[in-house]
Design a protein around this ligand. Structure first.
Ligand code: CMP
Length: 140
């Protein structure tokens, strides 16, 4: 299997609860290398650009408000099959539907406050990583 990179975001609901370290431990324990990491606060406009793929969805405005409501931690994760494997580790979008052992099952509060985001395809991973990191900041 090919080594891949994916973008992970720890969302404001999780940074507010001081569980950044606990989430990073789950990520590392699952075999991912965190090869870039930064704590940032998005503006509403930056969140809107990040979630542009959802612009026609009814939850678009709310997710942009929530994602710009506090600090987030952005990371590039590297591992074989990282994109699909990180989505498995995150669990279902709705935390109550997520499997045991997943990040969202353990820490997610609601569909809006589901603690983490992960890229859903190779194309989106490349674009999303570029939104947060330049080449010099990614140390594989
Ligand atoms: P995320 O994986 O970051 O991608 C889009 C986010 O929109 C999603 O996680 C949820 O937090 C949020 N969201 C809110 N309502 C919905 C919904 N009905 N379906 C999917 N995502 C939703």
């Amino acid at each position: 299997m090919a080594v891949e990179r994916t973008l992970s975001l720890i969302k404001p609901d999780a940074t507010k609860r001081n569980i950044t370290g606990a989430i990073c431990k789950m990520i590392e324990d699952a075999g991912f290398c965190i090869i870039a990491q930064k704590r940032v606060k998005l503006t509403y406009e930056q969140a809107s650009r990040f979630y542009a793929v959802h612009k026609d969805k009814p939850f678009y405005d709310e997710v942009c408000v929530i994602m710009s409501s506090g600090p987030i931690v952005a990371m590039v994760l590297e591992k074989e099959n990282a994109i699909a494997d990180y989505r498995t580790l995150m669990g279902a979008t709705i935390p109550s539907a997520a499997e045991n052992g997943t990040i969202r099952k353990q820490f997610g509060e609601s569909v809006d406050k589901n603690s983490v985001h992960g890229s859903d395809s190779a194309e989106n991973a490349e674009q999303e990583i570029k939104m947060f990191f330049n080449e010099l900041e990614i140390i594989g």
